[in-house]
Write a protein that binds this ligand. Structure first.
Ligand code: MGD
Ligand code: F3S
Length: 821
C-alpha cells in the first residue's frame, strides 16, 4: 500500500507562537517559510484571538486559505533543551513563492531531528573516531586534537599540497556565507590549499566559466523577468521538478496570461503577445508537458536534440539571427565587443545543425524567430534564456555556455526586463571566500589524483563522492583500499599514546594510505571509509544566510537546537584552525601557527561579520539585525545602501549596459563545434546500446541524504528509477519494476525499470546520486579542459537482474505526464 502518514489531527498554532524567518534550505529558489514554535503543554484555539492566523477556524475556510498546514509541516523539536511544537509553513507574503510549498520544502519540519517523533534519527550527534575496529563516539577536544595533529604533521612534512579538501561552495542546507567563509578562511587564507574540489565536481572551478569570462555574471536577472518575457528559451532544465515554485509562481502565471498588469506597468506601450516556450532537451520532461497544458501546444516548441549537441544548435540559431538582421545593433555597439569575429567563427548553417542535432531545419528556424523576430512596430522580443544541468553537465560545457550567451548578447537580452541569460541554479548560493587564485586554471583533478595514490590527508565537508562523483566505481575501490591501510594502522596503535597514534597514521600514509576526515550532518557512504567524523548543524539549527537564483539574500533564523554536540560548520572550521594553531605552536613553529590566528569566533554571526560583511560586494551594509528586519523578502545582492531602515538592493544586473570586464563591455566568444569533446565519450556511444541520461526527480532532494530516512520518498522510490521506452523493455525482456543492471567499461550500477512512453528508443533517464543505485558508477572520467565533468553524456548496456522485489510491488508505474484540463 502506498505511504500514509496516519495523522488524525494536529495542534492549532497559538496566537503567541514564536515566529522565525526561514528560507527553504533545499533548492535555489529559496522559498520563504515561517517556523512557528510553542511549548508542548499549549495549543491554540479556533477563536480568532487564539490562533496565529487571526481567523475563526470553526468556520469552513476558502480553498486558497493560508490558515492551514499539512502533517509534513509539523514536528516536535528541541529549543534550549525543551521539547516544543514546530510548524514550518510557506509564507504567503514572500514574493518568491507567494505561499507555495514544494514537495521537498513542505517537508522541512518532518525532515528535522526529533527524538519525540523519531524523525531523522540518522543525524550525527557526536564526533566519531575509528577505534577498536569501528567508529566510536568521543569529545570534540579528542577528535579535533587527532585531526589537527595529523594535519599539522603532514602539512609541515609534505607541504600543503598533501592536504586534499572536498568542500561545498553553496548556500542553503549545509552551506551559507558563514560556512563557506569558515572553510575558505581556513584553506585559502591560513593555508593555500590547491588540491581542493567542490561538492559536485572533481575540481575547484566555475560551472559556468564561459559566461563569467564574457563579463556576464550567471545570475543576472530577477524572477519577475519570467513574468515579463515574450519567449523563454530553456536549455537542459526541468524547472517544474527542479525549481518548482519559481516555475509555478512566475512562469505559469505568464503562460496563463495573468501577468498583463505587470507587463503594462513595467513595459508600457509595448505589445504583449502570448508567451512562447522553447525547450532544448533530448528528453520530454514533465515541464514541457505542463507548459503545453498552460500555454497551449502551439506556443511550446520542444527541440529534442541528440544528446550533447546543443553547441551546434546555438551556433546555427546565432548565425540565423545575424543573417536575418534580428540583432540588437545599438546594444551590440554600445555594450559588447567581438561580435563580427564570433559571427565568422561560429557560422553554422541550419542544415548542418539539423544533421548534428537531429532536429528539423524548420524547428531551428522557428526557435530563432521565437527568440528574436521583432514584435509589432519593430519592438524587440523580450527573451529569457535560462539553462541548467543539461548544459552545465553536458558536452563541451565551456563553449556551449559561451554559444548560448552569444545569442542573448546578440539580441540585447541581458540587463533588460523580461530578459536574462541565467543559470536556473541548483541549491542556493552562499559563496564568500578569500581569493582562490593560487588554485590555478585548470584546477587540479582531485578525484583522479586521489585515485592515482596522491594526497595524504583528506578533509571532506558535506560531500559524498561515493554517490555523486563521476568514475565513482573506480573511486570507491581505490578510496577504500587507501583508507583501510590507515584504519589497520590505527587499530594496531595504542590508544592512550597520541604520539604513537599519529606516528602510526603517518607511516600508513607513507605506504599509500589516506587519512580521511568527514564533516557532515549524517553518516554518509564516503564516511564509512573515514577515520574521524565531525557532526555539523544544518539550517534552522544555526543562523544562516544565503541567496537564491535572483540574488535574494535572506537570514534563516535558528529555530531549534542542533542534535547532540553538533556545531555549525563555520565554528567547526574555527575550532579546527584553533587546534592546528595550538599543535603548530607545540611543535615550535610559531610563524606557521600565527597564520591560523583570527578564528576566535564564538557564533556563526561572528563568522558572517568576519566574512560576508567585510568581503562581499555591498557586504558592509549587511548585518544579521538588518536582514532579520527585511524578513523573507530580504534584499537582492549586491546591496547598495541602507536607507530609511531598509537595505537597498539590485533588481537586475547590467541594467546600465556595463558588464563585468575591464572595459565594461561584454565579449562575444568563438565557440566552434567539435563533437563529443570529453575523452572516451564517442567510443562509449559507439559501443553501447543505450543513452544513460540522468538527473533529478521532484520528490528527491539531491543524493537523498535526508530522504533516505523519509518513508514518503523511500516508499515511492525504493530504488532509483530508470525511464525506458516500453518497446525497448519488451525487447530486452524487462517488465515494469524489474531491477536492471546498467553497465559499461567505467563500472556498473542498478536501477528499477520505469516504462515511459515518451522516452525515445535507446534513450533512458536514470535518477542520479541515489543511495540504492549510484548512476555515477557508469559515468567515465572524461572532463573538459577546465575539468568540468560531463555526467549527462553516458552510454551503457542494460540487462535484467531480477523481477520487481517486494518493496517495489506496490508502486504505480503510470506515466508521469498530466492531462490538460
Ligand atoms: P537535471 O534533471 O539534472 O535537472 O536542475 P536541472 O538541470 O533542471 O537535468 C535537466 C535536464 O537536462 C534533464 O531533463 C535532461 O534530460 C537534460 N539533458 C540531458 N542531456 C542533455 C543535453 O545534451 N542537452 C540538453 N539541452 N539537455 C540535456 C538541476 C538542479 O536542480 C540542481 S543543479 C540542483 S543542485 C538541485 N537539485 C535538485 C534535486 O536534487 N531535486 C529536485 N527535485 N530539485 C532540485 N533542484 C536543483
Ligand atoms: Fe524549497 Fe521552494 Fe525549492 S520549497 S525545494 S526552495 S521550490
Amino acid at each position: 500500500m502506498a505511504f500514509k502518514r496516519h495523522i488524525d489531527r494536529l495542534p492549532i498554532i497559538p496566537a503567541d507562537a514564536k515566529q522565525h524567518n526561514v528560507t527553504c534550505h533545499f533548492c535555489i529558489v529559496g522559498c520563504g517559510y515561517h517556523a512557528y514554535t510553542w511549548p508542548m503543554n499549549k495549543q491554540g484555539g479556533t477563536a480568532p484571538d487564539k490562533n496565529v492566523f487571526g481567523v475563526d477556524l470553526a468556520q469552513q475556510q476558502e480553498a486558497e486559505t493560508d490558515a492551514w498546514y499539512s502533517p509534513s509541516m509539523y514536528n516536535v523539536v528541541k529549543q534550549q533543551g525543551q521539547d516544543v511544537h514546530i510548524v514550518i509553513k510557506p509564507d504567503k507574503e514572500c514574493v518568491v513563492n507567494s505561499g507555495l510549498g514544494s514537495v521537498r520544502g513542505a517537508r522541512m519540519a518532518e525532515m528535522s531531528f526529533s527524538e519525540a517523533r523519531n524523525t531523522q534519527q540518522q543525524r550525527l550527534t557526536d564526533p566519531l573516531v575509528w577505534r577498536y575496529g569501528q567508529m566510536q563516539p568521543t569529545s570534540w577536544e579528542d577528535a579535533l586534537d587527532l585531526v589537527a595533529r595529523v594535519t599539522a604533521t603532514i602539512i609541515k612534512e609534505k607541504g600543503e599540497d598533501a592536504l586534499y579538501v572536498s568542500a561545498y561552495d553553496h548556500g542553503g542546507a549545509g552551506g551559507g556565507y558563514e560556512n563557506t567563509w569558515g572553510t575558505g578562511k581556513l584553506y585559502f587564507e591560513a593555508m593555500k590549499v590547491k588540491n581542493i574540489r567542490i561538492h559536485n565536481r572533481p575540481a575547484y572551478n566555475s560551472e559556468v566559466h564561459a559566461t563569467r569570462d564574457m563579463g556576464v555574471g550567471e545570475l543576472n536577472n530577477c524572477y519577475e523577468d519570467a513574468e515579463l518575457a515574450d519567449t523563454i528559451f530553456c536549455v537542459g532544465a526541468n524547472p517544474l521538478e527542479t525549481q518548482t515554485n519559481y516555475f509555478l509562481n512566475h512562469w505559469v502565471p505568464n503562460m496563463r496570461g495573468g501577468t498583463a498588469d505587470k507587463k503594462n506597468a513595467e513595459l508600457p506601450g509595448e505589445e504583449h503577445p502570448q508567451v512562447r516556450m522553447v525547450f532544448v532537451d533530448p528528453r520530454r520532461t514533465v515541464t514541457i508537458n505542463a507548459c503545453e497544458a498552460e500555454a497551449g501546444k502551439e506556443n511550446v516548441l520542444h527541440l529534442a536534440i541528440n544528446s550533447g549537441t546543443d553547441l551546434a544548435l546555438f551556433n546555427a540559431i546565432f548565425s540565423h539571427i545575424a543573417e536575418k538582421g534580428w540583432t540588437d545593433k545599438a546594444f551590440i555597439d554600445a555594450s559588447t565587443s567581438g561580435f563580427d569575429d564570433a559571427v565568422k567563427a561560429n557560422k553554422t548553417s541550419l542544415e548542418d545543425a539539423s544533421k548534428i542535432c537531429g532536429v528539423s531545419v524548420a524547428d531551428i528556424e522557428k526557435a530563432a524567430a521565437w527568440i528574436a523576430e521583432p514584435k509589432a512596430e519593430g519592438k524587440r522580443r523580450r527573451t529569457m534564456l535560462p539553462y541548467e544541468k543539461g548544459l552545465i553537465w553536458g558536452n563541451d560545457n565551456y563553449r556551449t555556455n559561451a554559444a548560448l550567451v552569444n545569442i542573448a548578447l546578440a539580441t540585447g537580452n541581458i540587463g533588460r526586463p523580461g530578459g536574462g541569460c541565467v543559470r536556473l541554479g541548483g541549491h542556493q548560493e552562499g559563496y564568500a571566500r578569500p581569493s582562490d587564485a593560487h588554485v590555478g586554471k585548470p584546477a587540479a583533478y582531485v578525484d583522479q589524483l586521489l585515485i592515482s595514490g596522491k594526497g595524504a590527508v583528506h578533509h571532506i565537508w558535506g560531500c559524498d563522492h561515493y554517490k555523486t562523483t563521476l568514475n565513482a566505481h573506480e573511486f570507491k575501490k581505490v578510496y577504500k583500499k587507501r583508507t583501510d591501510i590507515v584504519k589497520d594502522a590505527m587499530s594496531n596503535a595504542p590508544y592512550g599514546d597520541r604520539d604513537a597514534m599519529v606516528k602510526a597514521i603517518v607511516e600508513a600514509i607513507n605506504q599509500g594510505g589516506l587519512f580521511a576526515v568527514n564533516v557532515d550532518i549524517i553518516p554518509t557512504k564516503i564516511g564509512q571509509a573515514c577515520h574521524v567524523i565531525l557532526p555539523a548543524a544544518t539550517s534552522g539549527e544555526a543562523n544562516l544566510t544565503s541567496m537564491n537564483g535572483e540574488r535574494r539574500l535572506r537570514l534563516t533564523e535558528r529555530y531549534m537546537d542542533p542534535p547532540g554536540q553538533s556545531m555549525p560548520d563555520s565554528l567547526i572550521a574555527a575550532r579546527l584552525a584553533n587546534n592546528i594553531e595550538r599543535v603548530l605552536r607545540d611543535m615550535g613553529d610559531a610563524a606557521y601557527a600565527d597564520k591560523f590566528k583570527g578564528f576566535d569566533w564564538k557564533t556563526e554571526e561572528d563568522a558572517f561579520m568576519d566574512g560576508y560583511h567585510k568581503v562581499a560586494g555591498g557586504g558592509e551594509f549587511v548585518t544579521y539585525e538588518r536582514l532579520r528586519a527585511m524578513g523573507n523578502n530580504g534584499v537582492q545582492e549586491p546591496a547598495t545602501g541602507f536607507e530609511n531602515g531598509k537595505l537597498v538592493g539590485t533588481k537586475r544586473l547590467y541594467e546600465d549596459g556595463k558588464f563585468s570586464t575591464k572595459e565594461g563591455k561584454a565579449t562575444f566568444m568563438a565557440s566552434e563545434w567539435r563533437g563529443l569533446q570529453a575523452k572516451g565519450k564517442q567510443e562509449q556511444k559507439d559501443k553501447h546500446k543505450y543513452l544513460i541520461n540522468n538527473g533529478r526527480a521532484n520528490h528527491v532532494w539531491q543524493s537523498a541524504y535526508l530522504d533516505q530516512e523519509n518513508d514518503f520518498v523511500m516508499d515511492r522510490w525504493p530504488y532509483p528509477f530508470i525511464e525506458m521506452n516500453p518497446q525497448d523493455m519488451t525487447d530486452a525482456g524487462i517488465k515494469q519494476g524489474d531491477l536492471v543492471e546498467v553497465y559499461n567499461d567505467a563500472g556498473a550500477t542498478q536501477a528499477m525499470a520505469y516504462p515511459t512512453p515518451t522516452a525515445r528508443r535507446g534513450e533512458t533517464f536514470m535518477l542520479f546520486g541515489y543511495p540504492t543505485g549510484v548512476q555515477g558508477n557508469v559515468v567515465n572520467a572524461g572532463t573538459n579542459e577546465l575539468i568540468l565533468p560531463n555526467y549527462k553524456q553516458t552510454w551503457g548496456d542494460i540487462r535484467k537482474i531480477s523481477d520487481a522485489p517486494r518493496n517495489v510491488e506496490h508502486l504505480s508505474f503510470k506515466p508521469k505526464e498530466y492531462k490538460s484540463a
